[in-house]
Design a protein around this ligand. Structure first.
Ligand code: NAD
Ligand code: DEZ
Length: 378
């Protein structure tokens, strides 16, 4: 049995080798000849999976180690009788921590307290829902927009997008990319929406590039609109508009979800799904795969204020480490994907054990996702 895996999937080689012959290949472009004798294909978001790729091949299972599935033609897979599995939520924590890292950097630069701001979250699923919880733990007001969940009668104080545009100081997008249909998200942030944002607002896109109309955003920024922007995803990728990158406050190469934990969870989720598919079900404990983090343990004396939180967050992950390299290579063919392939190890906040002598600090840090305990003895 031959299993083709994207070479940018940590732990895939060793895990899938338990089930058959594994071949790791680039995802963009994928070497199509390798599909001729493949039984299963494990991809990431850069590989377009459709009839053009798979017609006439023997692939019986496709897994994507990603949350987004817009690169996969699921209707085609269904009618071709090819099983499919994704990795919902695998990297949601990573994206939330990316957003916090960016916001804490902008808050320090521009001198504001997050607790004085209202954050509008568009798309309240695995990412948006976790973001809401952590922001609320910090005491930040959130406004939520998720029409599919609202229409489904799910619990949550869901608001129309217009209300978020009017009231939010920070508007952050966490929807799938839907090119059409009742919940279309393609160019959800168009020129009309962007130009109505509050003066000095922050716009964040860490879902899919085309959810924000990139040409319209550049037009608004060129016209001098007072707007800070954080873009992890671009329209199009990998050939982003360098003029837009020059204007954004933080720009990264679609790596918001790239913690080691997030990528490893993606691999284990599709591995478990494929193992079950072939009748050899097994579970993988993430801890059994992950190495010790670079920073493992720290002691925090005294209370937790925003500057201290910023220092802790940036000890684990400072988004500027991914902004500068993109600016250096933007516009050079192949470099966007190279940055993603050779991504410096990044861990989640939970990898940092924090001993606090202040009980309230320990409680808040735990609620935010750090591994924090209260310990009064010095
Ligand atoms: N930058 C990255 O590295 C990265 C990482 C993970 C996910 N993503 C992207 O972010 C998206 C969201 O991730 P997730 O894990 O939270 O997915 P999810 O499916 O758990 O949540 C998406 C939410 O968006 C809502 N939604 C759908 N259409 C909407 C609309 N028109 N308006 C408002 N809300 C709408 C859904 O109801 C759902 O609650 C993914 O689909 C993926 O494309 C990017
Ligand atoms: O949808 C996702 O899960 C993310 O966008 C994912 O992290 C993108 O990374 P890629 O699959 O392109 O390596």
């Amino acid at each position: 049995m031959k299993i083709l895996v994207d070479e940018n999937m940590p732990y895939a080689r060793e895990l899938f080798a338990r089930l058959g012959e594994v071949k790791a290949v680039p995802g963009r472009p994928i070497p199509v000849a390798e599909l001729d004798d493949a039984d299963a294909l494990m991809v990431r978001s850069v590989t377009k999976v459709n009839g053009q790729l798979l017609d006439g091949k023997g692939v019986r299972f496709v897994g994507t180690a990603t949350a987004g599935t817009d690169h996969v033609d699921q209707d085609y897979l269904h009618q071709a009788g090819i099983a499919f599995s994704a990795a919902p939520g695998c990297n949601a924590i990573a994206v939330v921590e990316y957003v916090f890292s960016a916001l804490l950097m902008l808050a320090e630069r521009d001198g504001f307290e997050l607790t004085d701001r209202t954050v509008g979250i568009v798309g309240v699923g695995n990412v948006g829902g976790r973001l809401q919880k952590r922001l609320e733990a910090l005491g930040v007001r959130t406004l939520l927009c998720d029409p599919p969940r609202a229409d489904n009668g799910e619990p949550g104080d869901f608001q129309p997008l217009d209300k978020l545009v009017e009231e939010a100081d920070i508007l952050t997008f966490h929807t799938p990319l839907y090119k059409d249909g009742p919940y279309k998200t393609w160019h959800l942030a168009d020129e009309a929406l962007i130009s109505r944002l509050k003066p000095g607002a922050i716009l964040i896109n860490a879902c899919r590039g085309a959810v924000v109309d990139n040409a319209a955003l550049l037009k608004c920024l060129d016209a001098g609109q007072k707007l800070s922007t954080v873009l992890d995803v671009w329209e199009p990728e990998p050939d982003l508009n360098v003029a837009l990158l020059d204007k954004v406050d933080i720009g990264t190469a679609h790596i918001a979800g790239y913690t080691l934990e997030g990528k490893a969870r993606g691999t284990t989720q599709v591995f478990e799904a494929y193992s079950a598919f072939i009748g050899k079900p097994q579970q993988i404990a993430l801890d059994s795969l992950l190495p010790a983090p670079e920073f493992g343990r720290i002691t925090l004396h005294g209370p937790l204020d925003q500057p201290t939180l910023k220092r802790l967050v940036h000890l684990v992950y400072d988004v500027r480490r991914d902004d500068a390299p993109l600016r250096k290579v933007a516009g050079v063919a192949g470099e966007f994907d190279k940055l993603r392939k050779h991504y410096l190890e990044r861990r989640e906040w939970s990898s940092l054990f924090i001993q606090c002598d202040d009980a309230a600090a320990a409680k808040l840090l735990s609620a935010l996702g750090f591994n924090a305990v209260h310990h009064s003895a010095r």
